[in-house]
Ligand binder design. Structure first.
Ligand code: BES
Ligand code: MN
Ligand code: ZN
Length: 499
């Protein structure tokens, strides 16, 4: 699908759907809304006068007016002028694209301006939002709503400098999120660790990153006992995927380019192993590689962002199965850093993978390490679906991530990392740690405390995205299913770092 920007009058575009932004609470119509009203001899004013539409953010109305060449017109509420940021416009564009696709409109024109040509940040957001709202996971559907063939962003006056490039960036970012969604939505039968590795190779090649995939022999030599242990019960062997990309321009003389390591949990399916999940708990577990998908989505975004750090992506990937070779409760694993772990619960496999990944992260002498993982059901008990859990001891890092998430609608909520939680993980009889204590309370915090043992001394944050990575009810910017939570947050965070 093409996304373009053009200077054109909204009345003249022969599209399937024309989306026009309407502000809330304005005394007079302005910008696109005013032009639409003129072209349609007052169709919009009549609607507003009837009190049927107020321009609230998220509100829409579908019209079939005369006076425009579009087949249909969708009014999209933009909310009050105060607080109308790029994210709000992104959601408006997403809503329009979602509706256009549902209507089978074929083509969409977006006229969401207030009379001033959209700036580059707005254009980027509109293009990105349009792709997000348009996305569906259709790989396994015979019948589905046809995708749009073209989305035009209309500018009321001469395009600002860099307009086309900004739209290109937005489309690239939106496309990267959609790619991550497709990965996380892919059934476990068709996405095993080796498939994930192939996808990582493709993406790395596309964006000019290097990629190394460690197989079982390589992991054996290194001593990654945890990844090997979790993957042992599957016919599809585990993989450890390493991606790396350096900035196009080297750091200024006398300074060193800092390294950021981003780790994503890559469990391609989580049955729970011998600590088997109940049937309701298992049905969605293809998305247990959402952290890995976020890392790959971030790498796929790189052409659209000015990278000023060395970025390393680590994906420990395994399928958590039962089988004659599978991990048994009571087995003891040795992590890359030498810590021994008694596997008291084979369903607490994510933290095992991350233990080895955190150990591996150290070799890059990173300035910052982040991990994203669908790690615990307990984070949803704590936070519902409204936020992902953020665990870090570093207040500055917490503030950065919180701001990045808030700006893109991927909310984080800070959770505690206290030594109290680690006490129970050290209370086993056999090994240095257990991977799960008998306590159910505070499960997300206990998991984070376990990870901290392996992250000691590094500037590190853990994002438990089990609460947010799945969209249960469709919203403007996401169909139902895996939503690639974290990609946009990471992009935003990388872009705002050091600024
Ligand atoms: N992948 C799950 C976490 C999960 C649960 C994600 C529900 C999304 C929805 C993880 O591997 C897991 O099973 N965690 C256990 C930990 C427990 C055994 C300590 C859990 O949350 O029940
Ligand atoms: Mn599990
Ligand atoms: Zn899991």
């Amino acid at each position: 699908m093409d996304v373009i920007v053009r200077k054109a009058d909204l009345a003249t575009r022969p599209v399937g759907l024309l989306a026009v932004g309407v502000a809330e609470g304005g005394k007079r119509l302005a910008g696109a809304a005013q032009r639409l009203d003129r072209a349609t001899h007052g169709a919009l004013a009549a609607l507003l006068a009837a009190g049927d539409f107020a321009g609230r953010a998220g509100e829409t109305a579908l019209l079939y007016p005369r006076g425009v060449r579009a087949k249909r017109v969708l009014l999209v509420g933009l909310g009050p002028a105060a607080g109308r940021d790029a994210q709000r416009l992104l959601l408006a564009a997403a809503q329009a694209a979602r509706r256009a696709r549902d209507l089978g409109a074929g083509t969409l024109a977006l006229a969401l301006d207030d009379g001033i040509p959209p700036d580059v940040a707005t254009l980027r957001a509109l293009a990105e939002g349009a792709l997000l709202g348009h996305h569906r996971f259709t790989a396994y559907r015979r019948e589905s709503k046809a995708p749009l063939t073209r989305i035009e962003i209309l500018s009321p006056a001469v395009l600002v400098k860099g307009a086309a490039a900004a739209v290109g960036q937005g489309a690239q970012l939106g496309g990267a999120v959609c790619l991550a969604r497709d990965l996380a939505n892919t059934p476990g039968q068709d996405l095993v660790p080796e498939t994930l590795a192939s996808r990582a190779r493709e993406i790395a090649k596309h964006v000019g990153a290097t990629v190394t995939v460690l197989d079982e022999d390589a992991m054996e030599r290194l001593g990654m006992g945890c990844v090997l242990g979790v993957g042992r019960g599957s016919a599809h062997p585990p993989r450890f995927i390493v991606l790396e990309k350096s900035p196009a321009r080297p750091a200024a003389r006398g300074t060193k380019t800092p390294t950021v390591v981003v780790i994503g949990k890559g469990v391609t399916f989580d049955t729970g192993g011998y600590s088997l999940k109940p049937r309701e708990g298992m049905s969605r577990m293809k998305y247990d590689m959402s952290g890995a998908a976020a890392v790959l989505g971030l790498f796929a975004s790189l052409p659209a962002i000015a990278l000023d750090v060395r970025l390393v992506g680590l994906i420990p990937s395994a399928e958590n199965m039962v089988g004659s070779r599978a991990l048994k409760p009571g087995d003891v694993l040795r992590a890359l850093d030498g810590t021994t772990i008694e596997v008291t619960n084979t369903d607490a496999e994510g933290r095992l993978l991350l233990a080895d990944a955190l150990g591996y992260a150290r070799r890059f002498q990173p300035g910052t390490v982040l991990d994203l993982a669908t790690l615990t059901g307990a984070i949803s008990v704590a936070l519902g679906r409204a936020a992902a859990g953020l665990f870090t001891r570093d207040d500055a890092l917490a503030a950065e991530l919180d701001a990045a998430g808030g700006a893109v609608g991927e909310r984080l909520w800070r959770m505690p990392l206290w030594d109290d939680y680690l006490v129970e993980m050290k209370a086993g009889e056999t090994a240095d740690l257990v991977n799960s204590s008998e306590k159910r309370e505070g499960g997300a915090c206990a998991a984070a405390a376990f990870l901290e043992h392996f992250a000691k001394g590094m500037r590190w944050a853990h994002l438990d995205i089990a609460s947010t990575a799945w969209t249960h009810e469709a919203r403007a910017d996401s169909a139902r299913g895996a939503n690639a939570f974290g990609v946009r947050l990471l992009v935003r965070w990388l872009e705002s770092r050091g600024r």
